[in-house]
Design a protein around this ligand. Structure first.
Ligand SMILES: [Zn+2]
Length: 409
């Protein structure tokens, strides 16, 4: 229970929607996390009536710094400290887009004629897709040895675990890493080694998704499909179709998708990220169990209804979408809240931690603030990720248990 609360304004004061000046201040004290939730629910209950400012102090808790909500006008948002503490998942994160900057700089020492590393791998917040993709020329170039691939995978898992990500599905395109003579098998095994080592050192579970590139030939995507099957039950759980969308519809690669589905692997497909709502329908018809991004879903109402009805999870990556989609000026412009309200299972992910300079904590904080997400919505997003994960049932049970313990302590 809330240990102390004193209202300096009457809760019975009538609500005046256009009143912007502060009309009341609430002081709250809480010691435990469950009190924190109760305080937040209390705020949500009464906020429309009389709160315009809320100050709080958690005198004996580890949330001593303002850690739960700040109220500005009528907007509440969760603070980064609390989001950091949540047991999170990341289902859409590219290995070659999520290296540490220091690691790229170090590995790039061996490469001739590279441009300014930092400027190249961290594009501006708003940029063309071409400019954004130029960053990958550098990161892919430094990931051509087993040592660098293992290191990148390990460090990504380490970074995620340190922000309390409990489960992550890393994806990458193995055929892009053969320039120095590695076989596709050596490439996949080097990445799996990094992930396995990190799982020993940190409380994180991981799986690997192999990407086929849409701009490449269907023969290449079929190679990726057969490679994925070789590593079924050895850490690889799915294939993905990634890369540019214009002129490269997912249907071109139907054979690769059919091959992996017949073998029992999962499928996710990038679709409707920067255009092309019709690609989302194609991805669903191919059998994709999740849609990478799906930002443009709203342009195709029929498919949107199908996604609602079939409850197909969307892998939303807010900052990446803001950078590339071309339809947003701020997080609040993202159609994800509309999709969430319609009952579509939204998941929140990072896409490219390096290029966007973010982590899951950042993404969850940003959308919590932009949309005033409630606790129930936050919990639902996390729970959606567990349900949508391509993990074995025992791993999902573990993730559900971690969430249960966290939210009921
Ligand atoms: Zn992606």
């Amino acid at each position: 229970m809330v240990s102390s609360a004193s209202f300096l304004a009457s809760p019975h004061q009538p609500h005046q929607p256009n009143e912007l000046l502060p009309r009341g201040i609430l002081f709250l004290w809480g010691n435990e996390l469950n009190e924190l939730y109760e305080l937040y629910e209390l705020y949500e209950l009464y906020q429309p009536l009389f709160f315009t400012q809320l100050l709080h102090t958690f005198q004996y808790s580890r949330f001593l710094e303002l850690s739960i909500v700040m109220i500005c006008g009528n907007i509440a948002y969760m603070k980064r400290d609390l989001v950091y503490d949540l047991p999170k998942l990341d289902l859409h994160v590219h290995l070659d887009g999520s290296l540490r900057l220091g690691t790229v700089v170090e590995l790039a020492q061996d490469l001739p004629d590279l441009p300014n590393i930092k400027e190249t791998v961290i594009p501006p917040l708003r940029c063309s897709l071409e400019r954004y993709l130029a960053a990958f020329d550098v990161t892919v170039a430094v990931l051509q040895t087993e040592v660098s691939l293992t290191r990148a995978a390990y460090e990504l898992c380490e970074d995620a675990a340190k922000e309390n990500v409990i489960y992550m599905e890393i994806r990458f395109a193995p055929l892009l890493h053969l320039r120095k003579g590695l076989t596709p098998q050596q490439v996949v095994e080097a990445v799996l080694t990094g992930m396995t080592e990190a799982e020993k050192d940190y409380p994180i579970k991981t799986n690997l998704i192999l990407c086929a590139m849409k701009q490449e030939s269907p023969a290449n995507s079929e190679k990726v499909a057969r490679l994925a099957i070789e590593y079924l039950d050895k850490g690889v759980v799915a294939i993905d179709l990634a890369g540019p969308e214009v002129n490269f519809p997912p249907i071109r690669h139907h054979k690769a998708v059919e091959i992996v589905r017949a073998a029992g692997l999962h499928v996710t497909i990038h679709a409707g990220e920067g255009c092309c709502a019709n690609h989302i329908k194609q991805a669903i018809d191919l059998g994709a169990e999740r849609i990478g991004h799906g930002v443009y879903l709203y342009e195709d109402k029929k498919t949107e209804n199908e996604v609602v009805k079939k409850k197909i999870p969307l892998e939303i990556c807010p900052t990446s979408n803001l950078q590339i989609s071309g339809i947003m000026n701020s997080y609040a412009d993202h159609p994800m809240k509309q999709y969430l309200d319609e009952g579509i299972p939204i998941t929140l992910n990072t896409d490219n931690r390096l290029m966007s300079q973010i982590d899951v904590t950042h993404e969850l904080s940003a959308v919590s603030e932009a949309f005033c997400l409630s606790w129930d919505e936050i919990k639902m997003i996390l729970s959606n990720s567990v349900s949508a994960a391509f993990a074995a049932e025992d791993v999902k049970d573990h993730l559900r248990e971690v969430h249960y313990r966290y939210f009921n302590r």
